[in-house]
Design a protein around this ligand. Sequence first.
Ligand code: SF4
Ligand code: SF4
Length: 445
Amino acid sequence: MDLIDVIKAAGVIGAGGAGFPTHAKLTSKAEYILLNGAECEPLLRVDQQLMEQFPDEIIRGLEAAGRYIEARKAVIGIKGKHKEVVVLMRERITALGLSNYVEVMELRDIYPAGDEQVLVHELTQRIVPEASIPLKVGCVVINSETALNIAQAIAGSPVTETYITVAGDIPHRMTLKVPVGISIREVFKQCGVDNVDDYAVIDGGPMMGSVMNNLDGYVTKKSKGYVLLKKDHFLIRKKSVSVDRARVIGKTACEQCRMCTDLCPRYLLGHNMQPHKVMRALSYNLADVKDQQIAQLCCECNACELFSCPANLHPKSVNILYKQKLAEQGIRYQPTQLNFEARSAREYRLIPSKRLVAKIGLTAFDKPAPMTQIEFRPETIRVALRQHIGAPAIPVVAVGEQVQAGQLIGKIPDNSLGAAVHSSLSGSVIESTGDSIVIKVGSYV
Ligand code: SF4
Ligand code: SF4
C-alpha cells in the first residue's frame, strides 16, 4: 500500500494540537520536512520523552514522510537545553545510517519556539508569508508524536492511544500513554487527583490551552496535556475573563505602549500583525472591521496577553473578537507582499521561556513529569468521531456489535477531508451518535 493510504487508514492526525489529517499534509512535495520537537508550552513534557523512548521510530517515521514528499533534507528541531535527547537522536541517526538525510538542530529556549512559522524560521531562516503555510516556503512540519504514529502505522498499528502530561499544582506530575476515548476524570484519578473540584483545569498547555468549563470530557488523539491549578491562580483568573469583559477593559485601559506588538512573534517575523492597532480600533469603537484584517494574522500564542502587556490587558482576545466579526462578514486578509524579512530587533525581543514561566506564576510547578506506566481499565470509552480538522468520521459499527482494539469504527466520508477513527479497547458498542461511539469495554483477564 502507498504510504499515504497507510497513514490514512491508520487515522494519523497532527498530534501537536490542531489535528490536521496527516495524509492530507503529505500530498504536496517540499524541500524540507521538519520535525517539531520544540514543545514550547511550559510544563508539558511529552515530545522530549517520546524522543528518548522511541528515537528510532520517530526518526524512521520522519524519514518515511520526508522521502514520500521528496524532501531533500529532514531536520529535527529540539531545544538545546534537552542535551541528552539531542545527543541520543544524533547517535541514533548515525546508527540508522541516515546522517546524509536527517539532521538535528538545536532550538533556543524561547516562546513560542514550537509555533510552526517560528520553527520554520529558526530551522531554515525562511519566512512563511502572511496568512500562509510552511509549504509556501518548501517546508512541511510534523510533530514528534505524529512521526511516531507514522512509524506505527507502517508497522500496522492505527492510532488508538495518545501521550499526555498531567501537570500543575498537584503532587505527582506525570506523562502517560492513555487510550483514546477514556474519560478525563479517570486520567486525573489515576494521577492521584481524586477531588478535581479544588482545581481549574487547562486543556493543553498553559499558554494556548483554555480553561475547561466541564471536566466530563474524553481524551482525543490530539490531547496533549492537562494543567491543574488552584482556582485563584493568576493564570486561571486571567484566562477566565470573558471576551466581552476583555473588550470593555481594553477599551478603557490600553495605553498604546505597543509592547504587545513589539514582542509579537509574528510581527517580529516581519508580518503586519500589530495588536496595538487592533486595540486602538477598539478604543475608538471603529465599526468598520474591514480595516482590522490584521487580526487574522494572529496565531493566538497569547504572548501579548500573558507576557508583554504591562497593563495586563487582553489583545489576543480582542484579535479573536475581530476574527469572528471578519469571518461573519466573509472578509479574509489579503497579503500585500510575498517576501518577508525578520525585523532587525527580533534577536533582542525573543521571549525567554524561563522568564515567561515566572511571569505566569508557574515556576514552582516547572518540574519533571516522568513517563509513567499506568494500565487504564475503564468500564466504557467514548470515542469522538471528530478529533481532527475536517468532516466527522461516519460510524461503521452498530449498537450491539463487538469490536476489537484497533478496529475501524468510523470512516472518512467520501470526497472529504477527515480522519479514520478506531476503537482503543475491545468491547461492545452501546451507543452511537453523530458525535461519538460509546464502547462498553470487555473483561480485563
Ligand atoms: S501592550 Fe497592552 S497597553 Fe500596551 S498597546 Fe498593547 S494592549 Fe495596549
Ligand atoms: S497572540 Fe498576541 S503575541 Fe501572539 S500572535 Fe497574536 S497578537 Fe501576536
